[in-house]
Design a protein around this ligand. Structure first.
Ligand SMILES: [Zn+2]
Length: 351
């Protein structure tokens, strides 16, 4: 009897939490004010990296000294992405009562707990930041300072695009399909490689080692944000740059869907396609494949790096509406997939 009562109460709470029936039709909303990417001064390479990442759904790690606009740049991404799909909007309404059609931008600071990030609750399952970021961006600021177990907890939901939480006899599966953007300083003082750095070599290596392997494996694009010059600092904003990026991304999506019948982002292209010279998703040109082979024959060029390079080169080619991946697409993608600032230093033995 008690169990029956418990089940009935659970069901009521469950239905309250998941108001899937009789929900109102969502209405397309005005795009709220998001900072235009043209407001970010300098950082031209990083902006192109953001354009590629936004188009291809690639996870990003931004590295640079403090105060160089990492958070600002990340926060412009919802303004250059097409609005949520109907399915994404319904999921956000159902689990978060959110009626916006704009993709969310959720910031998680390094002091957040596992419950804040993944979800939890006392009496019933509650969603965390990863669900709040569903369909949009999860920004992990100071990513090396997160507790290891908090970051490790991201591994399964990043794989499954959802998370199941059990509390008080209730089990809820929350959606959690987000694009991860991480930001970090290059060393404890923040200036290594950019200005005078006061850190010892061993301190820098230990600092970089803190970056979790499973997360690093997910990152496709590495962006270095250097200090802006006075000329860049005082330069006027580029008007409507976000609208121009958005238009380009929409055209590239059409190009991908019509040209290759590919309806998922390039970040989902399976590794075995990258390793297939006649892949219908990659579409290698002879020169492009030759250059790719030359690059990946370098020592320490892991399988993960090969896949990353292939996917990002595909995104770059799509943004130029080029059917085949050519040599210059590989060269451009190399610039945005270079993780030597992290792995080059952290790989070596600690001194
Ligand atoms: Zn330093």
């Amino acid at each position: 009897m008690l169990n029956l009562l418990k089940d009935a109460v659970s069901k009521a709470v469950y239905e309250y939490l998941r108001p899937e029936d009789n929900q109102p039709t969502l209405i397309e909303q005005e795009r709220p004010q998001v900072t235009c990417i043209g407001e970010v001064r300098g950082q031209e390479d990083a902006k192109i990296g953001i354009l590629i990442a936004a188009y291809g759904g690639h996870d990003v790690l931004m590295i640079g000294p403090p105060g160089e606009g990492k958070t600002l740049l990340a926060s412009t991404i919802p303004g250059i992405l097409p609005t949520l799909t109907e399915e994404e909007r319904r999921a956000r309404y159902r689990y978060l009562a959110d009626t916006s059609s704009l993709r969310p931008f959720v910031v998680a600071g390094s002091t957040c707990s596992e419950t804040d990030l993944l979800g939890g609750g006392r009496t019933h399952p509650k969603s965390g930041y990863i669900t709040q970021a569903h369909g949009g961006i999860l920004f992990l600021d100071e990513i090396v300072h997160f507790k290891k177990e908090v970051i490790e907890g991201l591994r399964a939901p990043m794989e499954d695009k959802q998370i199941t939480i059990r509390r008080g006899g209730i089990t809820t599966t929350f959606p959690a399909n987000f694009q991860l953007i991480g930001a970090m300083n290059p060393c404890p003082c923040g200036y290594h490689g950019y200005a005078e750095c006061s850190c010892k070599e061993g301190e820098i290596k230990r600092y970089l080692k803190r970056l979790s392997g499973p997360i690093l494996d997910r990152i496709d694009i590495f962006l270095s944000l250097g200090t802006t010059t006075s000329q860049e600092f005082f330069s006027p904003p580029t008007p409507n740059q976000s609208n121009a990026f958005l238009a380009r991304i929409k055209e590239a999506i059409n190009f991908r869907e019509l040209g290759r019948n590919q309806y998922c982002s390039n970040s989902y292209i399976p590794g075995h396609h990258v390793a297939d010279p006649s892949s219908k998703l990659l579409c290698w040109s002879e020169d492009g494949l030759g250059r790719f082979k030359q690059v990946i024959d370098a020592p320490k060029f892991s399988g993960r790096k090969r896949v990353r390079l292939g996917r990002v080169a595909r995104s770059y080619a799509d943004l130029y509406f080029d059917k085949y991946i050519e040599e210059h697409h590989i060269n451009a993608a190399l610039k945005f997939t270079d993780d030597s600032i992290i792995e080059g230093e952290a790989d070596e033995e600690l001194t």
